[in-house]
Design a protein around this ligand. Structure first.
Ligand code: KIV
Ligand code: ZN
Length: 542
């Protein structure tokens, strides 16, 4: 086989000849910007969303689910900006089964040449009775009327019966038939709570196809959550049952335990055409870069042992493995790092100029304006003074950090900490505050980070208790950049913050200031409605 369906060179030699049958096209709908953004603590700015959307287009996903326009004016604006500026993929927006939602969604998508309205409603007994307080007939009526309404705006309409895996099969069949009659062109079956297991899920899909003949006239899709760690397995089982669209998130992020990981679905289908009989149109060499960008902008750290894109995914530790790899990579590798774009990284140094920096950042998926580039260049020079080789991962860390702090209301200008075996840790900070002036404060703490946090807190008019604190080295070596992620909570709202620096105390202070800014800007999770918190509005019968 050739092209996108090519069998990877390091795969099982028994299958290396490929399959005789031409693979069917598998559509990838990526919902990182919608379901992924529902990950606890994640709140992306409009610029972040555009940067991710651009990279998803480079990766050649078929559909970008850009957001849920009715949920907030910010989401509406972000979906519209993506619809205006991103060429290539279909741009989708999510909508509940209310006329106002459908209209907002259509409005946000208006500039897109190719757009999809994705309508959903909970169909399981627990959703109908406890959340929506609607009967089976009322839900079915809403499905039909709202799909038909969506159809008046766009030809491309997707319908999802939320919590399909816990919906009575016969009723699910009625819903599926009803939405197809009303004009849905894609029927998406969500395992919303990640409850399904592969065989049972495959059985349900096969049963539905037999029970609803019209399902063969539309694209059958699945959307699997990872509560039992089965999201990818369930998605792949669905493909075997005939699903021709899979919904994914980069790095498997998403509500609770997340969604099916895009990179895992991509590589499993690529390496096993003989099993799945499908091919995507993805450019697999963009997978690693996409993963890094999403991790940087969401602040969701990728675990080192994460399949396909984790730091250890291509690392060989044991002597026997290293020996085997040197002799023939296929002994212990089923894919090459370069195949997913995780191979070599370009190294910049002290003498690299602004032009080289801009070029490299653009290749990494960051389109910076002049002001952002100026700030990134200053950070890059500071870094190059402290660190001989500045790698792609270092660059990503500082650029993401600069973007995060770009127009913050509280800005850290200076931090000095003294600590040691005989000293009480003391921190002095200078911060630019919303009054436009620089203010200083000092504090003593249990440790240097505690002292810095107390000093910062004394200057910021926002509360937030530290609930989580994690440190990670971006690259190896004594001069490595450290990334700190924190989570604060106050009055039921949670905000995450991230910071990067070669000095870990500075990184910790940046992360704390970032989270306080998010709290202050109302970007904490818990403030925004999500599909799963949409019940109260539904109950009011709006
Ligand atoms: O998990 C889910 O059911 C969803 C739907 C809105 C598709 O995200
Ligand atoms: Zn979901």
């Amino acid at each position: 086989m050739s092209g996108n369906g090519q069998v990877a060179s390091l795969g099982n030699p028994l299958f290396a000849a490929g399959t005789a049958v031409e693979p069917a096209a598998l559509t990838i709908l990526d919902t990182t910007l919608r379901d992924g953004e529902q990950s606890p603590g994640v709140a992306l700015s409009a610029d972040d969303k555009l940067a991710i959307a651009r990279q998803l287009a480079r990766l050649r996903v078929d559909v970008i689910e850009a957001g849920f326009p009715f949920s907030s004016p910010g989401d509406h604006a972000a979906v519209r900006a993506i619809a205006e500026q991103i060429d290539g993929p279909i741009i989708a927006g999510l909508s509940r089964c209310f006329p106002a939602d459908v209209r907002q969604c259509a409005d946000a998508l208006a500039p897109a040449a190719r757009a999809r309205i994705h309508v959903f409603i909970g169909t399981s007994p627990i959703h109908r009775d406890s959340q929506l307080r609607m009967s089976q007939a009322e839900v079915l009526e809403r499905v039909v009327s709202m799909t038909a309404l969506a159809k008046t705006f766009r030809d491309d309409v997707e319908f999802s019966p939320m919590d399909a895996s816990r919906t009575e099969p016969e009723y699910l069949a009625d819903i599926v038939a009803g939405c197809i009659d009303a004009g849905a062109t894609t029927v998406n079956l969500p395992d919303t709570v990640g409850y399904a297991t592969p065989d049972e899920w495959r059985g349900l899909i096969e049963w539905l196809q037999a029970r609803v003949p019209s399902l063969a006239t539309v694209t059958l899709s699945v959307h699997c959550h990872n509560d039992l760690g089965l999201a990818v397995a369930n998605s792949l089982a669905s493909v075997r049952a005939g699903a021709r669209q899979v919904e994914t998130c980069v790095n498997g992020i998403g509500e609770r335990a997340g969604n099916a990981a895009l990179e895992e679905v991509a590589m499993a289908t690529r390496l096993h055409p003989e099993v799945f009989g499908v091919a995507t149109q993805l450019d697999h060499s963009q997978l690693y870069r996409t993963s890094r960008l999403v991790s940087q902008l969401t602040g969701m750290v990728v675990q080192p042992n994460k399949a396909v894109v984790g730091a250890n995914a291509f690392a060989h530790h044991s002597g026997i493995h290293q020996d085997g790899i040197l002799k023939d990579r296929r002994t212990f590798e089923i894919m090459e790092a370069a195949e997913v774009g995780a191979g070599s990284t370009l190294v910049l140094g002290k003498l690299s100029g602004r032009h080289a920096l801009r070029n490299r950042l653009e290749q990494l998926g960051y389109a910076l304006d002049e002001e952002e580039l100026k700030r990134a260049f200053v950070r890059f020079k500071e870094l190059a003074d402290r660190k001989r080789d500045v790698t792609d991962r270092d660059l990503e860390a500082v650029v993401a950090d600069e973007r995060r702090t770009g127009d913050e209301r509280y800005r850290l200008e200076h931090l000095q900490v003294s600590c040691g075996t005989q000293l009480r840790p003391t921190a002095t900070v200078r911060m630019l505050l919303p009054d436009g002036l620089s203010h200083e404060a000092a504090a003593i703490g249990d440790g240097p980070v505690d002292a810095a946090y107390r000093a910062i807190q004394s200057l910021c008019q926002v509360d937030g208790e530290l609930e989580e604190f994690a440190v990670q080295a971006v690259t190896g070596g004594i001069d490595a950049i450290g990334e700190v992620s924190v989570r604060l909570h106050h009055d039921g709202a949670r905000a995450a913050g991230h910071g990067a620096d070669t000095d870990i105390i500075v990184a910790a202070a940046r992360a704390y200031v970032h989270a306080l800014n998010r709290m202050a800007d109302g970007l904490a999770s818990g403030d925004r409605p999500t599909p799963e918190t949409a019940g109260s509005a539904a109950a009011s019968g709006r």
